[in-house]
Ligand binder design. Structure first.
Ligand SMILES: Nc1ncnc2c1ncn2[C@@H]1O[C@H](COP(=O)(O)OP(=O)(O)OP(=O)(O)O)[C@@H](O)[C@H]1O
Length: 288
């Protein structure tokens, strides 16, 4: 459905925000993971035809989206990172406004979407009174007006409380049953239970795109746990990549990524997805 071929985006002479990304995506939720500045937003903006690639090609159902942007625009919903609402409008008025812009004439669609995002009871309240999570849900409802096949959401969970995060995550998971949902985040737990695939970016490059299961499998045998004294910890941290260190009395409980046992008494540990992704980056650094 969506194919990226060696996509590049440069800004000026020095910044390669996206650096040769190739990727093929179909239905389901894809978590786009990476640190600040990894290139996630730029990549998503290119897919959304808000900015043009400097090189490479993006194909949607086989058609080049630069040559034929209307094809993808008609079938795409986009929730930008800095999504703003018009505070004087109610949720209903906001949806009616965007429905008019997008040529959606069916009032039942608006009602359906406000129910889907669980804002129907607050539909007549000014959006100015909404919490961050409610605003984000209104943003999703707006992005779904045209019943898109691709939904792109840029860091939708930033700043949300745990309950809203959970609600938002479930909503996106359900939408991923019959759409391609691309969601960027640097919080792995926000996508781990819903993403069929995780695409990891670092410095503009795609490090990997794989299922959580494959990423976990790749890390197995390389994550270690150990309890060591403070002095040994100081030595270890200089030669081993420590993922987590927690002081417990005069001991430090460690989680580490290492190709072989990093110290006496270290035990192979079952990786969490976050650790597995860190192990991926570690492997890249070692290989570089
Ligand atoms: N319009 C622009 N002009 C110049 N540089 C830019 C522009 N947009 C992005 N960049 C640079 O491109 C790189 C990638 O930025 P991008 O916003 O895509 O990363 P990101 O992974 O989305 O980060 P964040 O999680 O902070 O949103 C960064 O170095 C950024 O400073």
């Amino acid at each position: 459905m969506l194919e990226l071929r060696n996509v590049v985006k440069t800004f000026g002479k020095d910044v390669r925000a996206v650096d040769g990304v190739s990727l093929t995506l179909d239905c389901g939720v894809v978590g786009l993971i990476g640190h600040n500045g990894a290139g996630k937003t730029t990549l998503m903006q290119m897919i959304a035809t808000l900015t043009r690639p400097s090189g490479g090609q993006i194909l949607f159902d086989g058609a080049d989206i630069v040559a034929r942007p209307q094809e993808i625009r008609r079938r795409l919903g986009y929730l930008p990172q800095d999504f703003g609402i018009y505070p004087n409008l109610s949720a209903l008025e906001f949806m009616q406004y965007f429905a008019a812009l997008k040529g959606v004439r069916d009032p039942a669609r608006i009602r359906y979407l406000l129910e889907l995002v669980n804002l129907h009871e607050q539909a007549r309240r000014p959006a100015a009174s909404f919490s961050g999570g409610m605003r984000r849900r209104l943003g999703i409802a707006q992005a779904l007006l045209n019943d898109p096949d691709i939904l792109i959401v840029d860091e939708p969970t930033a700043g949300l409380d745990p309950e809203e995060r959970l609600r938002f995550r479930n909503l996106l998971g359900e939408l991923g049953f019959d759409k391609l949902v691309i969601m960027s985040t640097h919080i792995v737990s926000d996508v781990e239970s819903i993403a069929g695939q995780l695409a990891t970016m670092d410095a503009g490059k795609l490090i990997s795109c794989a299922t959580p299961r494959v990423i976990l499998d790749q890390a197995r045998g390389r994550i270690w746990s150990a309890n060591v004294g403070a002095a040994e910890y100081e030595q270890l941290r200089n030669r081993v990549s420590v993922l987590h260190a927690q002081r417990e009395g005069d001991q430090v409980a460690l989680r580490m990524v290492h190709g072989a046992s990093p110290c006496d008494g270290a035990r192979v540990a079952e990786p969490t997805l976050e650790e597995a992704l860190m192990a991926q980056r570690h492997a890249l650094r070692v290989a570089a």
